[in-house]
Design a protein around this ligand. Structure first.
Ligand SMILES: Cc1cc2nc3c(=O)[nH]c(=O)nc-3n(C[C@H](O)[C@H](O)[C@H](O)COP(=O)(O)OP(=O)(O)OC[C@H]3O[C@@H](n4cnc5c(N)ncnc54)[C@H](O)[C@@H]3O)c2cc1C
Length: 392
């Protein structure tokens, strides 16, 4: 690991443990079940800016840490559910920054990316559509939102669902279909043609703005706000996909490590039947299995990060890492709850929140089954063509 990444990760960890963790009991951390208030986000970011840890994975010259370096930094930011929000490493902004940095024109980067990196604007990624209407979900090719050229503009119509942070975001990346195929557009928010219909009641509560159902009604977007070219939207989505999946793994690894710390501490202090819980084999084994799953997750992340750093899109490897890490960390979070008895399901520690929220990680950025199905197709092709292994 590089010295610069170790130094940044250390600063982020110190900030999250010393400054962010005390906010975990702040009533503003969860406004009506839909994530922290904008006031709290601004307050935390002001402190992160002063501490020099805001957007720590992007360097002052605009360059990005390698994926391997990003792994330790984002992992430390995840030590508190409020950590990624505070230091601006949260989804979907982190993935959106990566996409804009790689595909945006210099004008687009100046207008849309700069305020996100500065922590002054939140962004949202509009791809999924309502299941009840047969829209894009696990299968993005089912996209129903349309865009058509009209002079020097594009006109977009459709409905989107589960759009994280759309409510009060300032930047939107909208996916729609033209006659050429999928397209991506950058838009300033709010916009009267993009209507937030409702915030969905979901299992999680740490994302500012929650997750919205949105109607896009004759939205006119200037042609120069298309990201890349018409019909190439899914290719750009691929650029975002692997690093974004992996950064979820990184942040969740930090969150579950903290849950494991709390559960281990509980098991060492709490007595039952004349001895500390950890001395009961059933409890000791659960904590032992935790450290095994945590280490395996760390190694999967580092392996996949190396593949991405080699210049590969890493679609196969990031599928494998996403399945492995999300399933393993869910097991760890569940054991942490169990070890802590009633306290584990209470709001007295973040263990309950981590357990509750990590459930959705097995669904977003590709449900486990979709990744396995895609891996199986690659295995079949490899067998039929005699090409051997499907991953590095
Ligand atoms: C908390 C959260 C935040 C989100 N944020 C965003 C966001 O910001 N922007 C955005 O665009 N979307 C977002 N999403 C949407 C997310 O990407 C979708 O939920 C996901 O792609 C699955 O689509 P779906 O919900 O329509 O499930 P469906 O497509 O209805 O799939 C349901 C289930 O079917 C199974 N399945 C599907 N295909 C296969 C297959 N080939 N083989 C085997 N089983 C299969 C899987 O078990 C899957 O879970 C978010 C979702 C959640 C839960």
């Amino acid at each position: 690991m590089t010295e610069r990444a170790i130094a940044i990760a250390h600063r982020v960890e110190t900030f999250v443990r010393d400054v962010v963790v005390p906010y975990e009991s702040d009533p503003r951390r969860e406004v009506h079940g839909h994530g922290p208030s904008e006031q709290l986000v601004a307050e935390l970011r002001a402190k992160a800016r002063t501490a020099g840890v805001l957007t720590p994975h992007i360097l002052p010259d605009g360059s990005h840490l390698t994926q391997r370096e990003t792994a330790i930094v984002l992992r430390k930011s995840g030590l508190s559910p409020l950590g990624p929000v505070a230091v601006n490493t949260m989804a979907p902004d982190e993935g959106n920054m990566y996409l804009l940095g790689n595909v945006g024109s210099s004008e687009q980067r100046a207008h849309f990316l700069t305020p996100i990196i500065a922590g002054e604007a939140r962004s949202a990624f509009f791809m999924t559509e309502p299941a009840a209407e047969g829209g894009a979900g696990s299968d993005p090719s089912m996209m129903r939102t349309t865009c058509r050229a009209d002079g020097n503009h594009w006109v977009i119509n459709g409905r989107k669902a589960f759009i994280t942070g759309a409510d009060r975001a300032k930047v939107g990346i909208i996916m729609a279909k033209s006659d050429d195929g999928a397209c991506m557009f950058l838009v300033d928010l709010p916009n009267p043609s993009i209507r937030i219909e409702r915030l969905i009641d979901t299992i999680d509560s740490s994302m500012p703005g929650g997750h919205a159902v949105v109607t896009i009604d004759n939205l006119r977007v200037p042609a120069d706000q298309m990201l890349g070219k018409s019909g190439e939207g899914f290719e750009y989505a691929q650029i975002r996909l692997s690093p974004a999946r992996l950064s979820h793994c990184m942040r969740w690894l930090g969150a579950v490590e903290r849950a494991h710390e709390i559960a281990s501490d509980y098991a060492c202090r709490r007595q039952a039947f004349g001895k500390p819980l950890i001395d009961h084999e059933g409890v000791g084994f659960m904590l032992a299995e935790n450290v095994i799953d945590l280490k395996q997750s760390e190694l999967m992340i580092d392996w996949c990060a190396d593949v991405l750093d080699s210049g590969s899109l890493g679609t196969t490897e990031s599928s494998m890492a996403k399945v492995s890490v999300s399933e393993a960390l869910m097991r760890v979070a569940d054991r942490c709850v169990q070890v802590m008895g009633g306290t584990g399901v209470s709001g007295d520690t973040i263990v309950e929140q981590v357990f509750r929220e990590i459930r959705a990680f097995r669904i977003y950025d590709g449900p486990t089954e979709v990744h396995k199905w895609s891996l199986a197709k690659k295995i079949k092709r490899a067998v039929q063509s005699g090409s051997g292994q499907i991953a590095r």
